[in-house]
Design a protein around this ligand. Sequence first.
Ligand code: BG6
Length: 487
Amino acid sequence: MTESSATFLLFGATGDLARRMIFPSLYNLLSDGLLPDDFLIVASGRSEMSDDAFRADVDAALHQFLAAERYDAATAARFGQMIAYQPVEAGKPEQFAALSERIDGRLERGMSVYLSTPPSLFAPTAQGLAEAGLITPKTRIAMEKPIGKDLASSKEVNDAIGRLFAEEQIFRVDHYLGKETVQNLLALRFGNLMFEPLWNATGIDHVQITVGETVGLEGRVSYYDGVGALRDMVQNHILQILSIIAMEPPARMDPTAVRDEKVKALRSLRPMTAETAKTHSVRGQYTPGAVGGQIVTGYADELGKPSDTETFVALKAHIDNWRWQGVPFYLRTGKRMPARQSEIMIQFKPVRHSIFGRDGHGSGLEPNTLIIRLQPEEYIRLLIMSKRPGLERQVHLEEVTLDVSLTAAFAGQRRRIAYERLILDLLSGDQTLFVRRDEVEAQWAWIDSIIDGWKSANMKPSAYSSGNWGPSSAIALIERDGASWHD
Ligand code: BG6
């Protein structure tokens, strides 16, 4: 880690992510005294706008997206004074020159650039920065997903950025890594003695990772169609969660040690083929239905035309290494699901020998289950066997829950926006929670194998009514193996 950047340069400053997440996060950091003295935020977008007009927009965004009790007029005024607005469009060197003037004299104290723009602008923006002399060894660059749409295009983006920045200066954002509950997976696995000895094919029957959303397209038609759930959610967020669940213990909590282990797990994912894509994957697309009592339209209706883009995907993945041999990882994510629910479920194996009759038959004996709820609630629940009180001669067992509600345990602590953690780490140069180039590429390599499998097998999305956990084939995918989704 090095000294904190004194300047934050944001591209895409008038966009949705900036309004919802980035400015509220910066504001929270300022109000907690976590931004360096004399911090400057240079916001840039395509529209012409004065500093004051832009500051008023940011203030409106703070009102809209911060919890009411967080907004403090004096802090907001101080925050506004830190912000300058500069119109900049890729390919317009005179605008980059004007930008450079605004930042004049500050580069020595470090600058973090944040690209919250469509990915097609990443390379031209970085080029513009280089030509304006804004890249020094103390400049860092953060990029939002998607980095490419397949392995080849992600390499192009990484090459283009890599020509101008060293890997140590590049911060690839996966906002799931900024979530407290995702970071807590490291604490659960490596800060407790009792899980790790069982965390392998000897102790675990299978793993489920579910990220369910109730929302539909939400006006993101131009981005989402042609991308779909596999690229939008599995390629990044779900595979990052999987890598943390599956990796070997890193020697220490530092960016190289942690990311070395994650990439090894990602590289061990067994590629799909046309054959396995048919049996190990399900694509779905939502049709009209009801979510939370509200009638909603179908994807094609929202889009205004038929489409082959999936809004739901379920996969059975295998990690071909010593630890996970024969342990399926069932992954699923979708829009217009019955509930917003992200969780990991670890299904342990049955006890080695049942003393409660043959295979525990009739006694209620079940294997243990660990549920790690990431959102909206935050809890860890371990289902363990207990004797039902009573005088019956045959012991009756029942599942009881060891329940750790993180929300209750840390009730006094404010839940942070994932971006607060990530921006703070970017400013201070800590890459642990950012995705390294080899990780993104390993993720794409596996995703490409699925997309190729879908193409060869001519697999189109099956319909599911909004408000369901995907098409019925998603249930069959897991039930064929004698397991079922944890809903
Ligand atoms: C984004 C996806 O990366 O993550 C969106 O592009 C999705 O489609 C979002 O809705 C989900 O994030 P969160 O933090 O709400 O779970």
